[in-house]
Ligand binder design. Structure first.
Ligand code: GLU
Length: 479
């Protein structure tokens, strides 16, 4: 085992999302690292729902979190546990800590504290109740008595030892005056109870980690000692302006990427590169490769740029690597799931598969695909009005070109792209037009739009009867 697995204890890691919204891409990255680390060491990956913030937590988000973790490929082994179901444990720990003298009761109101500390050089609680020896009771919070001197060291596998002077840590609240345990205590109690060996999470949590270490040590002193987990704080994700990505200004919900037609394997690959890269330097890799190569020690500290363009590039590469059958199946599945149904016969999925190589070259997401092939599926085919107007209604030669195409196409012995092209070349010559200009009205008449896949390959797949019928209908509209 690598050094990261510590002193040979069983590897147990966790993802601890709060159900206050959609799953953030940063949380998905954290989940992938935890999952891969657990798999590599034959350990356990725990899902713990941190719903202590009852005002903002919603049960319906929990389902979305689980679906997102499964979609990205980081399935948990244990849980979901919910903090809201574990409050008795937190209360018990608080009792223990109070009895041992690590916590003290405090009846200061926020206003009292502000009033007294207005001119203090360091913000935060001033320790007013620390020596008052108040009993616990309604309306009294419990604060942690932080040692006045010395430092608290966080051993971090990514950043090395990070020291915090205890003088900069206020006597923080552990249990609110209404009796509710705060997050900082709940996390420590859970990590102890669940025998978590490594806390791998976003660096946003680094500032509160010394408090967790102090609490952990106090619990060890008061009761049975449990080995501290190793910590690894992962770099934050930033946008092109180097700002932390947030739901207010950036696209951060994993679900949105799924709905937009990103492939989970492309997403997982791209997210894994935000803060880490494999020793080979290879950018494209599978989850199996991640499990084999991932090292916490190789995670870097600097903020990672979440680059939507690069993600789109990754997605395109993954889409093009799919077989034609797989590609069409994924597009269909995406369309059905997101309510963009392609429609049904007469034009089959097999016809789509024939055009798949051409579609794959042109798309970056699954969502881009239906427009290219909708002409194959539209039960009631219609020309796009703007395209009809431009390429047919306002082109006085268009009716003659369409009529000639219907004529010559009908007489073709073989219904093949090369023959269709030859026929239209002859028509173009008759009308003294370049081929591209002669194609425009035929394209709109048969495929409905002025942009799309190559015309002749499309018509080959569309078939003789339907092509001729569409040319006829377009012609009627010009009369
Ligand atoms: N609940 C925290 C979050 O959603 C995670 C805290 C932790 O991993 O310790 O970011």
């Amino acid at each position: 085992m690598s050094g990261a697995s510590g002193s040979g204890r069983r590897v147990r890691v966790r993802i601890a999302p709060s159900p206050t919204g959609y799953i953030h891409v940063g949380t998905a990255r954290t989940a992938l690292y935890n999952w891969a680390f657990a798999r590599q060491h034959g350990g356990d990956f725990i899902l713990r729902i941190e719903d202590t913030d009852t005002e903002r937590s919603r049960e319906e988000w929990v389902g979305g979190i689980m679906a997102g973790l499964e979609w990205i490929g980081s399935r948990w082994d244990e849980g979901p546990y919910r903090q809201s179901e574990r409050t008795a444990l937190y209360r018990e720990a608080a009792d223990h800590l109070f009895r041992s003298g690590a916590l003290y009761a405090c009846d200061c109101t926020r206003e009292d504290v502000l009033e007294r500390t207005r001119d203090n050089p360091t913000p935060g609680y001033d320790g007013y109740c620390r020596q008052r020896g108040l009993e616990r009771g309604p309306g009294r919070a419990l604060r942690f008595a932080v040692p006045t001197g010395g430092v608290t060291v966080v051993h971090d596998l990514v950043r090395g030892d990070v020291e915090f002077a205890n003088s900069t840590i206020e006597d923080f609240v552990v249990v609110k005056s209404n009796g509710d345990a705060l997050f900082v205590l709940a996390v420590v109690v859970d990590d102890r109870d669940m025998a978590v060996s490594h806390v791998v999470r976003s660096e946003e949590h680094l500032p509160t980690t010394p408090k967790a270490v102090l609490l952990w040590e106090a619990l060890n002193a008061a009761g049975p000692a449990v080995e501290l987990p190793a910590f690894a704080h992962l770099p934050v994700l930033v946008n092109e302006k180097r700002q932390k990505i947030s739901k207010r200004r950036d696209r951060v919900a994993l679900e949105d990427y799924e709905a937009d037609g990103f492939l989970p394997e492309a997403m997982a690959n791209y997210l894994s590169l935000l803060g880490w890269s494999p020793p080979s330097g290879e950018e494209f890799f599978s989850l199996d490769d991640l499990v084999r190569d991932f090292r916490l020690e190789d995670v870097n500290h600097s903020p990672a740029f979440f680059d939507n363009q690069r993600l789109a590039h990754f997605n395109g590469v993954y889409l093009r690597a799919l077989s034609d059958e797989e590609f069409t199946a994924r597009v269909r599945e995406w369309a059905e799931r997101t309510g963009h149904s392609l429609g049904t016969a007469p034009y089959s999925t097999a016809a789509f598969a024939v055009l798949a190589p051409l579609v794959k070259e042109r798309v970056t997401t699954l969502a881009d695909a239906p427009d290219y092939v909708s002409f194959l599926f539209a039960e009631h085919f219609e020309m796009e009005e703007a395209s009809f107007d431009k390429a047919i209604a306002r082109d006085t030669t268009a009716p003659s070109i369409i009529a000639a195409a219907r004529e010559r196409f009908a007489g073709l012995i073989e219904w093949a792209a090369a023959d269709l092209k030859e026929a239209l070349e002859a028509i173009a010559a008759d009308h003294e037009r370049k081929l591209a200009k002669a194609q425009a009205p035929v394209r709109v008449a048969t495929l409905g739009r002025s942009v799309g896949l190559p015309l002749f390959e499309s018509l080959e797949v569309l078939g003789r009867n339907e092509t001729l019928a569409r040319l006829e209908r377009a012609l009627e509209r010009t009369r």
